[in-house]
Write a protein that binds this ligand. Structure first.
Ligand code: ATP
Length: 832
């Protein structure tokens, strides 16, 4: 989208517009289009929205001004190519690599600048008019920038009639000779009929006379022009013959109006009524209101209401009985005078509002005892120009108008985009904002299967309007993909209802539906959007009173509804709480069991580990200090042997000492001399014994040393064993810590249980409130549902477990007084 001013195309639509691929524009079928439709009825029911393009010729003035040509090229009857002129944003964008400078669009039919009004009517609108006279509602709307030829296409000029007068002519030719000339059956609400009292008929006649009188001076010219049209333009019709019906409709498949006859063989008759209104600045005005011609009087704003079938209609809109095309054209002219024209810079007679001209055809049985057989409506909507504010250089009121025009077209764009999106089964259905503008509210039934619509896109070939025209074309590319679903009459329609002059039902044509089904006053029940600024003081008071009554009734019904909803909600909440409680208690049990199992298995694991470790340590020690028993015995024997030897030697030493003492006595000299030899011998022996002893001592020392070494090694082994023990103690403390954490988790679980208890209290308070409400409603108090046991169970379990030292969920069924298996186990572990 360009950044110049506010676009009439919404951002969402713009996004889609930008994403509309070149292939889409050349007419690739949408998902719905590509769906195979097997029977002709289905094909009739699902049709893409017909979009016709009409290219306006250059005016003499434009040709004189050398308006650049060549922007629009018609390739074939369905395709048109747009070439961006140099100065356009599209060209600038394409030069920057964004978008293309050439675009191809396809339409149901493209009508070039040389197309006459008659050719255009034949090729575009005739089909809808044909369906209309057979009872199918129709809508024709023109879309395009200002000065593109929308009004020219619908209304034409006094010499060159547009599709509207031609449709009227076709209709009147069709019903010629079977027209119901009395005015006592009048359109009512969206598709009902009101039977008027005589006084009301007179009033209708007076209104019509007043309207026609306001254009008396121009009657001649219009009459002449219409006659002219019949004689000159409609060459294919027998319009010249007043008594013969037109053969415009004389084609295959067309069922003439007089074909259906009632069971009693009565001929059908037709009554035609027209209305003309405009939507200006989001207000609906009646263009046929006589008062509106007075300059000083403020125009009355009309409201859009809905009937019981949800169909929108304009409340208090004037419907004028019309007996001929001439009359209808006169009325159109009067309406045009009231239309909000304002000079814009681009079009001298630019229409700044959306105008809607509607024709209602009432099919009746014969005059003596008339019954309504059906009502169909054909509307022509001339939309205001879709240009942006800055192009028209709008300020003040014009800017406001442009804003409102843009807004309603913006909503129309959103609706069309949403309709297209909703047809795609792969996309998420989106809300269609029909109610966001008056225009789309009135168009809604046509897009919801209650009529046939067709869109006429008008463009001019101005280079200066290229960007605007491109947006119009992109918009139409989306509109073309919207599939219209025409509902069969049996579906979605409320059959026409005949009401009396007071608006109360007289006859209903649906035998299956009784009159009791109808609301007392449909109108009153469906009224909305009251514009209080247009009401007098008395009206305001009356309205206030009515509203007060309605409010009281509404409040009562709302209160009952609220009580009902609250009760349902409370029951639902209670049920949910019980379910939650059950789920939580189950979960709690499961968690407890799983933690118990985990803890037990961990204890077993650690026990095994400690045992294994102790065994390993013992084995290592055994390996280090292992001495074979034989060696040990041999060593022992050696030691004993040596000890006995030492004892023997000590005894010998004692003996020697005694001998030496004996030798030291007075007769020792004698002994010395006598025993000198013996002493030497003894000394030698002692020396030898001494040496032997010394040797034995060194051996003993070595043995002691080796024993000390062994003792030291044993000490070291002891230290290692101590270290192992210490590690095991640490492991043990870690285990204790893990157990503590598990305890905390169990605490958390208990907290959850408490929460469940709190919820239970909430439930009981809700129940109390419910009881209170029940009293309020003076209803039989219901027996409170017996509480499920789980909550109580949980409560007692939690209370029981909380009192135990390790509490926290150990053993749900164990006796508190007897120490549980886990307690003993845990105590044992702690001890370890
Ligand atoms: N097909 C046509 N042949 C000849 N003249 C045309 C054609 N279409 C439009 N014109 C002339 O172009 C001028 C503008 O047309 P018209 O008023 O219908 O535009 P518009 O789209 O209704 O503009 P706005 O939205 O401002 O009302 C008129 O003078 C009309 O007579």
């Amino acid at each position: 989208m360009d950044d110049e001013g506010k676009s009439c195309i919404p951002a969402e639509v713009s996004d889609i517009l930008e994403s509309v691929s070149f292939l889409d524009m050349v007419g690739n079928p949408s998902p719905m289009e590509s769906t195979v439709l097997y029977n002709p009825e289905e094909q009739e029911a699902y049709q893409p929205l017909k979009v016709f393009l009409r290219v306006r010729p250059f005016s003499v003035a434009e040709l004189e001004n050398h308006e650049s040509q060549g922007c629009v090229t018609i390739e074939d009857p369905q395709t048109v190519i747009l070439h961006a002129p140099k100065e356009s944003s599209a060209m600038k964008n394409s030069e920057r690599g964004i978008g293309q400078s050439v675009h191809r669009f396809t339409f149901s039919q493209v009508f070039g600048p040389e197309t006459s009004q008659s050719e255009f009517f034949e090729g575009s609108t005739k089909e809808i008019v044909r369906a209309y006279v057979n009872g199918v509602n129709g809508l024709v709307f023109t879309y395009g920038v200002t000065n593109a030829g929308k009004t020219f296409t619908i209304q034409g000029t006094s010499k060159d009639f547009g599709i509207l007068p031609r449709s009227l002519d076709m209709l009147f030719n069709h019903i010629r000779g079977r027209q119901y000339l009395k005015m006592n059956f009048k359109p009512y609400l969206s598709s009902d009929v009101k039977k008027l009292e005589d006084a009301q008929v007179k009033q209708e006649e007076a209104i019509k006379a007043a309207i026609l009188a306001s254009l008396k001076e121009e009657t001649e010219s219009i009459s002449g022009a219409v006659t002219n049209m019949c004689h000159v333009e409609l060459t294919s019709s027998n319009c010249t013959s007043k008594n013969q019906p037109s053969d415009l409709l004389g084609e295959k498949n067309f069922v003439p109006l007089d074909t259906p006859r009632t069971n009693t063989g009565q001929r059908t008759q037709a009554s035609v009524w027209i209305s003309f209104c405009e939507i200006y600045n989001e207000y609906v005005y009646d263009l046929l209101s006589v008062l509106s011609t007075s300059k000083n009087q403020k125009r009355r704003v009309l409201r859009i209401c809905e009937d019981q079938g949800g169909n929108s209609y304009i409340k208090d809109l004037k419907w004028i009985n019309t007996q001929s095309t001439e009359e209808a054209c006169k009325i159109l002219k009067i309406g045009n005078k009231n239309r909000s024209f304002a000079c814009t810079r681009m079009n001298e007679q630019s229409s700044r509002s959306h105008s809607i001209f509607s024709i209602r055809l009432l099919k009746l049985t014969d005059e003596h005892q008339p019954h309504v057989l059906g009502v169909s409506e054909l509307s022509f909507c001339d939309l205001a120009g879709s240009e942006r504010c800055n192009k028209t250089q709008a300020f003040g009121d014009r800017l406001k108008e442009a804003g409102n025009i843009n807004n309603s077209l913006h909503i129309l764009g959103k609706c069309i985009a949403a309709l297209k999106q909703n047809q795609n089964p792969k996309m998420k259905p989106s809300y269609i904002p029909f109610r966001e503008s008056k225009l789309t509210r009135l168009f809604q039934p046509f897009f919801c299967g209650k009529g046939k619509a067709c869109m006429i896109v008008n463009i001019n070939q101005h280079a200066s309007m290229y960007d605007e025209t491109l947006h119009v074309m992109k918009f139409s590319a989306i509109a073309k993909q919207v599939i219209q679903t025409i509902l069969p009459k049996s579906l979605g329609y409320f059959p026409p209802k005949l009401v009396g002059g007071d608006g109360k039902p007289i006859v209903r044509f649906d035998a299956n539906t009784s009159l009791d089904d109808l609301p007392g006053c449909t109108e009153a029940s469906t009224e909305e959007e009251v514009d209080i600024t247009i009401l007098s003081h008395e009206d305001l008071l009356k309205t206030t009173e009515n509203l007060k009554e309605k409010l009281v009734a509404e409040r009562q019904s709302k209160l009952l509804l609220e009580v009902k909803i609250r009760r349902e909600m409370a029951e639902e909440m209670f049920r949910q709480l019980l379910e939650t409680e059950e789920a939580w208690s189950n979960r709690l049990e499961d968690m407890k069991d799983s933690y118990e199992e985990k803890l037990e298995s961990k204890f077993e694991m650690y026990k095994e580990a400690i045992k294994k470790h102790a065994y390993m340590c013992a084995m290592e020690q055994l390996e280090d200090h292992y001495v074979p028993i034989e060696e040990f015995i041999a060593e022992q024997e050696k030691v004993e042997d040596r000890e006995s030897k030492i004892l023997q030697l000590e005894r010998q030493l004692d003996e020697q000492s005694q001998r030496l003492l004996a030798l030291g006595s007075p007769n020792s000299d004698i002994l010395t001399t006598e025993n000198g030899m013996e002493l030497d011998l003894a000394n030698k022996m002692m020396k030898r014994a001494n040496e032997g002893l010394q040797k034995q001592c060194t051996e003993k020392d070595e043995l002691i040393k080796s024993l000390k070494l062994k003792v030291r090694k044993l000490n070291e082994t002891l230290l290692e064993a101590n270290e192992g023990y210490r590690k095991m103690a640490e492991e043990n403390s870690r285990l204790k810590h893990t157990i503590m954490l598990k305890d905390q988790e169990m605490n958390n679980l208990q907290n959850w249980a408490k929460r469940v208890l709190e919820l239970e209290e909430t439930v009981s308070s809700l129940q109390k409130e419910l009881e209170h409400k029940k009293h309020f409603c003076i209803e039989e108090p219901k027996q409170q549902k017996p509480r499920r046991g789980l909550l109580a169970n949980l409560k007692s379990t939690v209370a029981g477990t909380a009192s135990t030292p390790l509490g926290k969920g150990w053993g749900k069924c164990e006796d508190v007084s007897t120490p549980s298996r886990k307690h003993v186990l845990f105590a044992h572990k702690t001890k370890e």
